[in-house]
Design a protein around this ligand. Structure first.
Ligand SMILES: *Cc1c(COP(=O)(O)O)cnc(C)c1O
Length: 376
């Protein structure tokens, strides 16, 4: 097909991209179905929310909104440096960690390169790889009957790495599966990956996962100069709307990312919200404890209903509802409950449910029960 309009000016790699499909916003469901009291369990947001200190700091910062933010996020980087025990020059702040994943791809990939990720891995990885014109190599995931169903198969990923592989993306735990990789196997994987390939360890759910013994990639940074750890304030810290993430890496990688990123990529509100959060992590920690209780509750309740779940070290659960998953999703929407369909992730029989407050989880379960008989 020959394009006549301005689309012909767009580079083919970008023209071919399939956009990321986010969870349905509450306002959209309100408009479409005329519903109120909607429960959204679709984007792994933290219903225990940001701390009071963070909210107060963000309110106060509105006064300064006419000023450009500090483009270097100096105070936030200094606080993170103290919080993590890492030098300042290892840290890059992003407009959410999505920003950093994109910067990493832009900084290292060309059409002559490739990058590796896992089947059922986070959907942003193939997107940022393909946008550069590089080849996106998807390794098959572990089978449904393994101890970590649909989880990353590090051996399969390793076999796809060659001289032109510049990036490997590992989500630990992974979204949308909730699965994680063995610590020793992960370190072996990193140690065997050559110096010409960056291993990007996406720890978006790190704070939740610690209680499950999931690896802390920060401990390996000094040892492996090709390791990049990416984290976010969107999940456990309750700041998804403020858009703040960070990458921890060798200073030369951080330097490249800091040259490439837009000069003011992180806004004033996000910077002060993240800073105040770090200074008082107790609220975040209390939310994690609650989230774990509710995760267990959901697992037990779904188990009692003979609905299988995949092991999760995060704040969401992958639930097997069967061949009619799309219909269950639609019926839940009509009942005012938004979950996440994952057919786009190659998991057509599953739905992903974020852990909510007890009342939200109850509404999800009760709406599910009301579909019994008609849908299964
Ligand atoms: C939610 C999530 C992110 C974080 O996205 P932000 O841009 O920081 O909001 C990154 N990676 C994974 C695997 C996620 O699930």
């Amino acid at each position: 097909m020959t394009l006549k309009g301005p689309a012909r000016l767009v580079v083919p790699a970008v023209r071919a991209l399939s956009p990321y499909v986010p969870g349905k916003p509450v306002s959209e469901l309100e408009r479409e179905y005329g519903l109120t009291d909607i429960v959204k369990l679709a984007s792994n947001e933290n219903p225990w929310r940001a701390s009071e200190a963070a909210l107060a700091a963000m309110h106060a910062a509105l006064e300064d909104i006419w000023l450009y933010p500090d483009g270097s996020s100096f105070e936030l980087r200094s606080e993170l440096s103290r919080f993590l025990g890492l030098p300042n020059d290892c840290i890059t702040i992003g407009n959410g960690s999505n920003d950093l994943l994109m910067l990493l791809a832009e900084a290292t990939l060309t059409p002559a390169h490739n990058a590796v990720y896992s089947q059922h891995g986070f959907a942003i990885y193939p997107l940022v790889i393909k946008a550069t014109g590089a080849e996106a190599r998807e390794a098959p995931a572990l089978p449904a009957n393994s101890a970590m169903p649909f989880g990353h198969d590090l051996d399969a990923m390793a076999t796809l790495i060659d001289r032109s592989t510049r990036l490997v993306f590992i989500a630990n735990p992974n979204n949308p599966t909730g699965t994680w990789v063995d610590n020793a196997a992960l370190e072996r994987f990193i140690s065997r990956t050559g110096p010409d390939t960056l291993v990007v360890l996406d720890e978006a759910y790190f704070e939740y996962a610690q209680g499950f013994g999931v690896a802390d990639g920060v401990r390996w940074l000094a040892k492996y100069p090709n390791l990049v750890v990416v984290r976010t304030f969107s999940k456990a810290w309750g700041l998804a709307g403020a858009r703040v993430g960070y990458a921890l890496s060798h200073p030369e990688v951080a330097d490249a990312l800091n040259r490439l990123r837009p000069a003011f990529n992180v806004n004033v509100i996000g910077q002060v919200g993240a800073l105040a959060s770090l200074r008082d992590p107790s609220h975040m920690q209390a939310g994690i404890a609650q989230s774990l209780i509710e995760l267990r509750f959901l697992q037990e309740q779904l188990d009692a209903r003979k609905l299988a779940t995949v092991p999760s070290a995060a704040n969401f659960l992958l639930v097997r509802v069967g061949a009619h998953a799309a219909k269950v999703y639609e019926a839940l929407l009509r009942g005012g409950v938004i979950v996440r369909p994952v057919s786009g992730y190659g998991l057509p029989e599953y739905l992903r449910v974020s852990v909510g407050l007890r009342a939200q989880n109850m509404k999800f379960l009760e709406t599910l029960d009301s579909l019994r008989g008609s849908l299964w």
